[in-house]
Write a protein that binds this ligand. Structure first.
Ligand code: AMP
Ligand code: GLY
Length: 426
């Protein structure tokens, strides 16, 4: 079966890498893809991931039997609806269902209506009213732009002044454009975070192995929020009891809620959880695989990903037995100097072969090819990933890979998986 993967980052490289291992996979195409996929997928750079018609035409022409959508933007633009209307199976939620990520206000209201545990909140469209609420509630407090802001529209304010400044930035200066015309202001949850990605066909929802992302740019969880600087799986904080509780109190109810709202959700639903002293609470839902969570979750999947994705599209997930490796995986993101603010592009990358020989898998996130050389082409450039018997071994191996790779201004966190190691040391 021919497969089309939409997207061109580290998550999509990982999806291609895993799909390519399936005996059921025929030719794999990627729009736009990236140079890391060479050998596993044909990359098609001249079609926009925002052009549904062109993507449907391409899928028809290449007799694609399964479309896999990576990023949130094409999902919120209804690419799955467009493929389905053309009779092509697609893995991912429809436009209506993807709103669970596309609008934080929708998501929060859904959770309130169906009693799904999350932080207490209010929604504002007026800066003055938002500021009054902040003064009333005090700090710490969390400010979120309503719409999509590439993972950067959230400010966890430690002081009232910081919170008020965030309102000016989001609502008055429009730092995130129209995504900030509405803001959600919510209670600051205390605990440790875990990501629970799931497979769902709209009825059955099956959690993948848990993982943890490192959203801050610098060691010790300092600095600005980023798309994610590294991940590990499984996350020891997500014990079997916590996962069972999340299934009962969060996952099963949200899938039922989406059905009841006429927005049946299929694909990967990503639950960003805070494990509080009162149990798991939802920080956010994403309508897609996490990036870079995918880079550590899929290497631990032993079952065939094509089978699972088709079952999600067909509504037969209940019949599948999904198996996971008992090991662990770690991904260290190598970013361009300056990320998440402005950064340089076009710097030559060396040592990719050596990192592979050292036993790591290097997923490309922001690279391109120039005169036969792989060069940097994004903020997050590479995800150096290692799988091993334990988190500790996987951390060691991943950093051995990182040390082999060089490009001008490369930055990476040196403490990926520190929380897991602390917990395991106890
Ligand atoms: P989000 O984009 O919603 O995942 O938010 C980005 C990050 O901000 C999360 O991963 C958390 O670290 C933090 N965050 C978001 N909401 C809250 C909250 N209510 N309480 C504490 N931290 C939060
Ligand atoms: N790694 C966070 C996300 O994918 O949203």
């Amino acid at each position: 079966m021919n497969i089309l993967v939409i997207g061109g980052g580290g998550r999509e490289h990982t999806l291609v890498w895993k799909l390519h291992q399936s005996p059921k996979a025929g030719q794999i195409y990627a729009i736009p893809g990236n140079p890391g996929m060479a050998g596993a997928a044909v990359c098609v750079a001249d079609i926009s991931i925002e052009d549904n018609e062109a993507m449907v035409r391409f899928a028809r022409e290449k007799q694609v039997g399964l479309v896999v959508v990576g990023p949130e933007v094409p999902l919120t633009h209804g690419v799955v609806d467009a493929m389905n209307a053309a009779g092509i199976k697609a893995f991912g939620p429809t436009k209506l269902a993807a709103e669970i990520e596309g609008s934080k206000a929708f998501c929060k209201n859904l959770m309130k209506k169906y009693g799904i545990p999350t932080a207490k909140y209010e929604i504002f469209t007026e800066a003055e009213a938002a500021k009054r609420y902040i003064r009333q509630e005090g700090a710490p407090i969390v400010i979120k732009a309503d719409g999509l802001a590439a993972g950067k529209g959230v400010i966890v304010a430690a002081t009232e002044a910081e919170a008020l400044a965030a309102i000016d930035e989001i609502m008055c200066d429009k730092a995130f454009g129209s995504a900030g015309s509405r803001v959600v202001i919510e209670e600051c949850l205390v605990g440790e975070e875990a990501s629970l990605l799931t497979f769902t066909d709209g009825q059955t929802i099956v959690p993948m192995i848990s993982s943890q992302d490192h959203k801050r740019a610098y060691d010790g969880d300092q600095g600005p929020n980023t798309g994610g600087m590294g991940t590990y799986a499984p996350a020891p904080v997500a014990t079997p009891e916590i996962v069972a509780r999340a299934q009962r109190e969060i996952l099963d109810p949200v899938i039922a809620a989406m059905r009841a709202e006429g927005r049946t959700y299929k694909g990967c639903l990503y639950a960003g959880l805070m494990i509080t002293k009162d149990g798991p609470k939802v920080i956010e839902f994403n309508a897609r695989f996490g990036d870079p969570e995918t880079q550590v979750v899929l290497p631990l999947l032993e079952s065939d990903l094509v089978d699972i994705m088709l079952a999600c599209a067909d509504g037969t997930l209940q019949d599948l037995d999904i198996r996971w490796s008992s090991g662990a995986a770690v991904c260290v993101v190598m970013a361009a100097g300056g990320y998440p603010k402005s950064y340089h592009k076009g710097d030559a990358i060396t040592g990719l072969e050596a990192a592979a020989q050292a036993g790591t898998v290097v997923f490309h996130a922001g690279t391109s090819q120039k005169d036969g050389q792989i060069v940097t082409n994004g903020g997050r450039v590479l995800g150096v990933t290692a799988k091993a018997g334990s988190i500790r071994e996987a951390v060691e191996l991943a950093y051995q890979g990182v040390e082999k790779i060089h490009f001008a201004g490369a930055e990476y966190r040196k403490d990926i998986a520190h929380r897991a190691l602390e917990r395991l040391n106890k």
